[in-house]
Structure formats: C-alpha cells, structure tokens
Design a binder for this molecule. Structure first.
Ligand SMILES: Cc1cc2nc3c(=O)[nH]c(=O)nc-3n(C[C@H](O)[C@H](O)[C@H](O)COP(=O)(O)OP(=O)(O)OC[C@H]3O[C@@H](n4cnc5c(N)ncnc54)[C@H](O)[C@@H]3O)c2cc1C
Length: 600
C-alpha cells in the first residue's frame, strides 16, 4: 500500500466501476488503449514518489519569500517544472495538433489526484499552466499561441488565472483593473490595476509568468458583461525575441495557513503606465472564456481535496494499526494493550474518512467520464453528458472540500496528541485542506449556482435526467440483499429530494429569489450526500458481483471494504439529509429576519 493513495482503488474506479477503456472507441482517443493508460499511471506514481512526496514537509517548512521584488520558492520547484514539462504532463490533455498527448480527462485526473496526494502545493503549478495554455489555444490568435503556449507546456513559463482584486472576490463582476487600447497596436492594451491572491503568480522556478487576467476595457458596460480576458506576461517579448519587463510588479506575498509550497501574490500592473495585455478572443467575453478554466478548476479543486483526504486517511490508518492503547471492553482482559484500530470508535473515524474520500473520488471520476464524452462523444452525447456535468460540478467541488475538513480532522483525532504535532504529516494535511472551500468560489457561491441557476434555472429538467441515471442503477440491483436495501434507501431519498425541490420552486414563485436562496448552502450539502450515495451504490453493486467470484484473500478484503463502507455511508451519512430537508422545508425565515444587531 502506498503511503498516500491506493492504486488498487484507482484501478477499481477506472476499469470496474467506470469503463475507461471504452473511451478508446471514440475517434479522439482511439490512439490509446489500456496499456497506455497503465503506463501513464505508473509514470505518475514514479513522479510523485521520487519528485513530490519527499519534499512534502520541507516545502511546508521553507515557505516562499519575497526578495528584491521576486518570489523565491523551494529549489525543487525549478527541477520539478522541468520534469513536468519534459514528461509532457502540462500538455497531457491537449490535442496532438497542439503538441499534447490527447489523454482523456479520466487519466489526467489521476495525475491531479496522485500528485495532489503526494504534495498538494507542488501539484498546483502544472495545473495552472495547462489550464491557461488551453485558454490561449482555444481563444487566442495564431501569434499569441506561437508566443506563449509551448513555453508553458515545457514548464519554462508559468501560467496563472488572475481574477481576484481587493474589492472583487466572490463578486467578479466588480473588478476594476482597466484596459485601454494602444493606438496602432491591434489587440494590445495598456493594463492598470491590482490583483490579489494569485497562485503561482511570481516565482523563480520558471523564467516568466503568463497571467490570464480579467480586466475591463475603458468605456465597457458595468458588471460581468463588461469584462474581457487578456494575456499579461510578467515579461513581454520584444521584436527581436528577447524578454523585457512588462510593468507587472509583485507588490506582496501572502502568508497562508497551509498550501505553503505555492506562493499567492499581490500584483500591481501599470505603475509606470507600461503594462501590455493582449486581448484573448472578443472584448467583453472574458468571464465566459474564463469560465472554461474555472469549471475545470472546480473539478480539480474537488480532486485536490480528495487527494489530501486520501493522504490523511492512509497516514491515520497506518497509525491505527501500530498504536497500542487500551483494552477491549468485553471478553477476557488481555495483558497487552490492543492496537487502537480494534476500538469501534476508531473504526468509525476510519470508515468516515474512507466513505467520504472514496465516495467523492467516484463522483469526480464520474464527472471526468462525462467531461470526456462531452469533449469527444457524438453531438447528442456532448449535450447529454455536458448537462449532467454542469449540474454535478458544484457538488463535485464542494462536497470533498467541506467534508475533507471533517475527514482530515478525524485523521488528526485518530492519532490523538500525536496528530496535533508536526512529527506526523496529518496536521499539515488538515491545514492544506482548508483552502478548498474558499478558492474557485466559496461553498456559498456554489450553493447559489446549484439551486438558483442549475436546478431552478431549467425547472429541474437536468435534475430529472440525473435521477433517471440513478433509477437505472437502482433497477439493475436485484435480490433481497444488503445492496438492495441501500438501493431502496436511495430510491426514497430521490423522492425526498424531488419533494424539497418542488417545495423550493413554489417558495421562489411566492416569496422570491432572496428567500429561495437563503439556505442554498444547505441544499448543496444535501445534494452532495445524495450524489455520493449514488456513487457508493454503484461501487457496492460492482463489489458484490465480484465477491460472487473466487477471489484471493486480498481481493476479497478489498471488495468487502467496499461493501462495509457503502453500509457505513447509508447508515451514518445518508440520515444527515433528514435534518437538512427538515430545515429546507421549514417556513421559518430566520437568517433573513434576524437583524444584524442581534448577532452580537
Ligand atoms: C490560497 C488562495 C489561492 C487563491 N488563488 C487564486 C488564483 O490563483 N486566482 C485568483 O484569481 N484568485 C485566487 N484566490 C482568490 C479566491 O478565489 C477568493 O478568495 C474567493 O473567490 C473568495 O473571495 P474573497 O476572499 O474576496 O471572499 P469574499 O467574496 O469577501 O467572501 C467572504 C464570505 O462572504 C460570503 N459571500 C460573499 N458573497 C456572497 C453572496 N453573494 N452570498 C452569500 N455569501 C457570500 C462568502 O461565501 C465568504 O464566506 C485564491 C485565494 C486563496 C486564499
């Protein structure tokens, strides 16, 4: 067993629960087969084991610092950016026409997961570069592609997403960074303003940083409609091909509670009135384009949360096997203390972690599969799976992020006092997890998106499609066994989710948006448990079929683990929806009615 993730579970998800090899029947992926996928997974494992995991603690302790206006990161990052570039990891999912390997998202999501479990901070840099290079590839002119994309894929230049400003975080429509066309230089604008919290926004692991930056062209409409997207390099390319300073100053470096190996910086553009930005696509379409990267980033955040939860789970599991403490309450008193994994409450904390981590991982793999069909399937598949992916994305981002805080906390608890000390990596995992409910949209923003836009926006039409998928699975489960009982529980939950959604539709019609969305975060929480229950049922159905075959002890244990964890999820997690639904059905408008003076 690896220290931070289970290869066996990845194989189970890829090849037994979801048929990843079926993707190779699509034209876009037909140059690959299972052997290619396995080789890629092996290479990721080696990269993580040799180049990421050994630096996990050191990158946390030796955080980046600002020196003479430049951010210095751990020296491993320069070597690692080269590894990422040389290994083709940054361009792995780009098309072959654009110099990539055209790998399915199902496989590249394993890159995100394994590298994230090994060393979250170090896993973020290549992700940011590949997402921003993809934006240039999709929306940029040939000149912009030629100037920037290859360097980013090679790991020589870093890509970023530069959106947040001091007065515009959740509310991106309020950004004020400005862009003014430069006469005689079509597509080039003078950029002026400030950005904050920009991940990997400046560092000495690369030779240049390329910001994909939101700004407002002078005279453009207010709000989201007037936002455009620009390529704003830290150093611009001159006519003779050399680099010159582009008036992007690193004006600050933030000190974070976790994720310390990757800097987040404050940037000032145009202090000397000489910052050039190159327009991507059309003016005023910026937020729309950026959403492409943000949607990918949201799935990636979910994957990162799951990967950290996985690392914390395996660290606490190993400890629980080794730590002798206390004796069994019943039976003959033993002389020696028992390993803590023998106590029911420790098993509960471990099962909780396993249930959330592997359940959420399955949900993310489901999203990855939908994303692959959305990209490479028939027109009909693209529409069908695209709609499902769109509906699931808020939960795929938020469920592992919110629950991961609780699972990493449970991991600390398994270790007792040792969990609170930095001799073990778990306190670091706990700190690293905390960011995921904040960046790429806070949980509240995803609640608003799910309930306001994605469920109410089409009167529950796509939700109905999702429920159709769930009912298909439930129908396929026969026999009066344990799995059948879970299937019936999910069927009942479907009815309850439909009832609460209909009720909220009526609330919206009668009392308006403000009331509808006042508890949107709770709806998202309920929805997260709902869709993860579906994923556990799926896994249990596969496991129970496998258990009917003759298996080695190790394999039988693996599948029994799936059966018991499904049971845990249905016994301990699914009932939590009851309280949420009760609140969502209530007529009381407490959080709207309470005056701010009373929160004292
Ligand atoms: C480590 C880190 C890395 C980051 N990386 C990047 C990056 O690479 N690029 C980038 O552009 N940004 C980045 N960010 C910024 C991040 O995306 C923002 O912090 C996030 O969007 C929240 O914005 P904010 O911090 O201004 O919080 P605010 O928007 O001020 O929110 C504060 C609180 O109010 C709530 N709230 C706000 N509006 C509403 C509403 N309408 N309804 C209900 N509740 C609401 C929020 O849910 C939250 O709880 C990063 C941030 C951090 C901390």
């Amino acid at each position: 067993m690896s220290k931070y993730y289970s290869k066996r579970n990845i194989d189970f998800l890829l090849y037994e629960v979801f048929d990843a090899t079926a993707l190779t029947t699509l034209d876009y992926y037909n140059h690959q087969d299972k052997e290619t996928f396995d080789l890629v997974l092996f290479a990721i494992d080696q990269l993580a084991e040799k180049h990421l995991y050994p630096y996990l603690t050191e990158m946390d302790r030796k955080a980046p610092y600002l020196e003479n206006g430049q951010v210095k990161v751990h020296p491993q990052m320069r070597r690692l950016m080269k590894e990422y570039g040389d290994g083709g990891w940054i361009s792995a999912d780009a098309s072959m026409a654009h110099g990539g390997q055209q790998l399915p998202f199902m496989i590249t999501s394993c890159f995100q997961f394994i590298t994230g479990a090994a060393n979250y901070s170090a896993s973020v840099y290549p992700f940011l570069s590949s997402g921003s290079a993809r934006l240039i590839t999709h929306f940029g002119s040939e000149e912009l592609k030629a100037q920037f994309v290859q360097k980013m894929y090679d790991g020589v230049w870093q890509g970023t997403m530069a959106m947040t400003e001091p007065d515009a975080g959740s509310s991106l429509g309020d950004i004020s960074t400005s862009a003014e066309p430069i006469d005689g230089k079509e597509g080039t604008y003078k950029i002026k303003g400030q950005k904050i919290f920009i991940s990997a926004g400046d560092h000495d692991g690369v030779d240049n940083v390329v910001h994909l930056m939101l700004a407002r062209v002078k005279g453009a409409a207010e709000g989201s409609k007037g936002i455009s997207l620009f390529v704003v390099p830290q150093q611009r390319i001159t006519a003779d091909g050399s680099l010159e300073f582009n008036d992007v100053i690193t004006s600050g470096l933030f000190h974070k509670m976790g994720y310390k190996g990757c800097p987040i910086v404050q940037l000032a553009m145009g202090e000397s009135d000489d910052c050039h930005g190159y327009l991507l696509g059309k003016e005023n379409h910026g937020l729309l384009y950026m959403f492409q990267m943000m949607n990918e980033a949201r799935i990636a955040v979910g994957l990162s949360a799951v990967s950290i939860a996985s690392a914390a789970y395996y660290a606490s599991l190993a400890y629980a096997h080794e730590r002798p403490q206390g004796r069994k309450l019943s039976g003959k008193k033993t002389k020696h203390q028992v390993p803590i994994i023998e106590h029911a409450d420790v098993k509960r904390m471990l099962l909780f972690q396993k249930a959330v981590t592997e359940g959420a991982h399955a949900l993310l793999m489901q999203c990855a599969l939908y994303a692959d069909y959305m990209k490479a399937g028939t027109a009909e598949e693209q529409k069908y799976y695209g709609a499902l992916l769109n509906l699931l994305t808020p939960a795929a981002k938020s469920y592992p992020s919110e629950m991961g805080i609780l699972t990493t906390s449970a991991a600390v608890q398994v270790l007792g006092g040792a969990g609170y000390c930095d001799d073990f990596p778990i306190e670091q995992y706990y700190r690293e997890m905390r960011i995921h409910t904040i960046h790429e949209g806070t949980t509240a923003i995803h609640g608003l998106d799910l309930l306001g836009r994605k469920v109410m926006g089409d009167q529950g039409a796509v939700l109905k499609v999702l429920i159709g998928e769930m009912l298909g699975l439930i129908k396929s489960i026969r026999g009066e066994n344990q799995i059948y009982t879970h299937a019936k529980t999910l069927e009942n939950l479907i009815g309850e989710v439909q009832t609460v959604t209909l009720h909220l539709g009526k609330v919206a019609a009668k009392e308006g948006k403000e009331v509808l969305l006042s508890d949107a975060t709770l709806y998202l929480e309920m929805f997260g448990i709902f869709v993860v229950a579906w994923q556990w049922l799926k896994q249990a159905a596969v496991a129970s079929e496998k258990l009917a075959e003759g298996l080695s002890k190790e394999e039988a244990d693996f599948y029994q683990g799936k059966i018991f964890t499904t049971k845990y999820f249905f016994e301990y997690e699914v009932p939590k929806t009851k309280g949420l639904i009760q609140r969502l059905m209530s007529e009381d408008r407490l959080t709207l009615d309470v005056a701010k003076e009373f929160i004292n």
